[in-house]
Design a protein around this ligand. Structure first.
Ligand SMILES: [Zn+2]
Length: 141
């Protein structure tokens, strides 16, 4: 998974989470995080960065379109469990000429702005806070 894909996936999760929170389908970020196995600090952070406004809609007042949007957001978030389980392979070159088959790392909450998944496994620097390769120079901030 490229860093771009990882960021894109993370953005999709964020958008879905914020939709369900703003419609008050889940009352608190912690509830949502627990339900979908997302890191609690990440969901709290996402929510804090919004106006944190709730506009609850009673079930009977939901339009078909809203119901569909809610279902889709829920599916997106449910997909996270699958993403966690079937992470891409690390792919780092090994001394024997093969490629590393270990799963890439799920980043710590503070790293999620780089995307939820690293592009390498734990052995190959996936847990590193630094962005590897190209971006090493402007990583000091
Ligand atoms: Zn590896």
């Amino acid at each position: 998974m490229t860093p771009e894909e990882s960021k894109e996936l993370t953005a999709r999760l964020e958008k879905a989470a914020l939709l369900l929170l703003s419609l008050d389908i889940y009352r608190k970020p912690d509830d949502l995080a627990r339900r979908f196995g997302l890191p609690i600090p990440v969901v709290r952070f996402w929510w804090r960065n919004t106006d944190q406004e709730k506009k609850a809609i009673a079930d009977r007042d939901l339009t078909l379109k809203q119901a569909k949007t809610i279902r889709k957001a829920t599916q997106t978030l449910e997909g996270w469990e699958k993403v966690k389980r079937y992470r891409p392979e690390c792919g780092a070159k090994l001394a024997n000429g093969r490629r590393c088959k270990l799963s890439v790392v799920i980043r710590q909450p503070e790293g999620w702005d780089q995307g939820c998944l690293a592009d390498r496994c734990r052995m190959h620097g996936g847990s590193s806070r630094r962005i590897r390769k190209k971006k090493v120079e402007d990583d000091e901030t």
